[in-house]
Design a protein around this ligand. Structure first.
Ligand SMILES: NC(=O)c1ccc[n+]([C@@H]2O[C@H](COP(=O)([O-])OP(=O)(O)OC[C@H]3O[C@@H](n4cnc5c(N)ncnc54)[C@H](OP(=O)(O)O)[C@@H]3O)[C@@H](O)[C@H]2O)c1
Length: 305
């Protein structure tokens, strides 16, 4: 294993905090995970200074530096009425980071989303499939992908989906909270994706980062990484209720039409891990196993206790 030094902008989010937790426990590695208040990726000067000084510190410590970027505007519904801010962060911020990485010679692993796809496929999306985002969030994330890929930096884009973890808001925590507030819950059963534990995703990104710093990064620059298998939100909710020790009969399946939202959700956004495997990267375990591990590790946080 290489001795990595990893800069994680947006380091206090769901994924950023898992990257931090894993790296902090790994002897000989260094992680710098500033929150948005410490490093704002939309501030070009701040980004250049942060990347340059990080690169210098890593090299002084004889570590191999890499940037993993989970920082993003992730409020999917709010983005519909706040497109300028979403673009500033997801496009301009990503571009600023990639530019600074290019100038200081650091590789960049940039995280993106299943929402770049229209969501009307009938088989898992490959990274090379035609995109077609239907939301402001998805469009800005796709533009961000293009910006980083065209920056001239050594960049890999990793799309993921349906992320949950101990930190921040997510579906698992919402189900736990709603189960305390209501006797019965209706959950959408006609949207299908791959629930992904942030910790497993973080391990996957670090495996990729290891390759990248040794100059063995995959030829394919866009990859997909989620826990394997698929579920509807209703099926996911049933599995969550089982871990919470609650009656699954309190859940009723409903349709997307029953729950109109400002940003339309993709009906099908399962991401194929074929390219990830071809790159010699370890596929993430099935989502049910990951959920069990998440409850074992972070049960208290996920229950909202
Ligand atoms: N969550 C999902 O289901 C999901 C699905 C597919 C893809 N993804 C992608 O996965 C990545 C990580 O998502 P996540 O779930 O960890 O999201 P998250 O918990 O919302 O974390 C995103 C982080 O970015 C930070 N941020 C926002 N604006 C920033 C700025 N201008 N400068 C620096 N940091 C900024 C936020 O900080 P503040 O809170 O302080 O603003 C937040 O800590 C994102 O790229 C997202 O698009 C997520």
């Amino acid at each position: 294993m290489s001795r990595l030094a990893v800069l994680v902008p947006g380091g206090r989010g769901q994924l950023g905090s898992e990257l931090t937790r894993i790296l902090a426990a790994r002897a000989g590695s260094l992680v710098h995970a500033p929150g948005s208040g410490e490093l704002d990726i939309t501030d070009g000067e701040e980004v250049t200074d942060a990347v340059d000084s990080f690169a210098e510190a890593a090299r002084d410590a004889e570590l191999r530096p890499v940037v993993i970027n989970p920082a993003a505007y992730t409020a999917v519904d709010a983005a519909e009425s706040d497109p300028d801010r979403a673009r500033r962060i997801n496009v301009d911020g990503a571009a600023a980071l990639a530019k600074a990485c290019r100038n200081s010679g650091l590789p960049l692993v940039h995280v993106s989303t299943d929402y770049v796809f229209p969501g009307d496929a009938d088989r898992p999306y490959e990274p090379t499939d035609v995109t077609g985002p239907r939301t402001v969030y998805g469009r800005t994330k796709l533009e961000g992908e293009h910006a980083v890929l065209e920056s001239g930096a050594r960049v890999w884009v990793v799309r993921t989906a349906w992320v949950y973890g101990a930190r921040g808001g997510n579906f698992v925590k919402s189900m736990a909270r709603l189960s305390r507030e209501r006797d019965s819950l209706s959950v959408v059963d006609d949207q299908v994706g791959s629930p992904t534990w942030a910790a497993d995703l973080a391990h996957g990104l670090l495996e990729l980062a290891e390759k990248v710093v040794r100059r063995q990064g995959p030829e394919q620059k866009v990859l997909h990484c989620t826990n394997s298998g698929q579920a509807s939100w209703y099926e996911f909710a049933r599995a969550i209720f089982a871990h919470l020790g609650l009656e699954e009969a309190r859940l009723q399946p409903c349709t997307t039409a029953d729950f109109p939202r400002p940003a339309p959700r993709p009906a099908y956004s399962v991401l194929s891990d074929a390219a990830w495997r071809q790159a010699g990267l370890t596929p993430l375990r099935p989502w049910r196993e990951a959920l069990a591990a998440a409850f074992e590790t972070d049960g208290e946080a996920l229950r909202g206790e």
